[in-house]
Design a protein around this ligand. Structure first.
Ligand SMILES: [Cu+2]
Length: 86
């Protein structure tokens, strides 16, 4: 099992979380994800290592930006959102 952490920018509400969740859950090999719009934190659990590019591409598909984080990420300062609800 592999756990990787990302920082997602642009999420501001539960609908944003949901969009990211849907896209990232659809990535091959991903078994579980944890996402928070409040912290911008995305934790991906997978049976085998998933390429960083695949996760970043999925988040981008949802309309947000993601960067791999090794430790505690900086809080998101982005106020722009592509979500239609916020
Ligand atoms: Cu939103």
């Amino acid at each position: 099992m592999t756990v990787t952490e990302y920082h997602v920018s642009g999420m501001t509400c539960g609908h944003c979380e949901q969009s990211v969740r849907e896209e990232v859950t659809g990535v091959d090999g991903v078994t579980q994800i944890e996402v928070s719009a409040a912290t911008g934190r995305l934790v991906v659990t997978s049976a085998a290592p998933v390429p960083e590019e695949a996760i970043v591409a999925a988040v981008k598909e949802a309309g947000y930006g993601a960067v791999r984080t090794e430790s505690s990420p900086e809080p998101s300062t982005s106020t722009s959102s592509s979500c239609g609800c916020c």
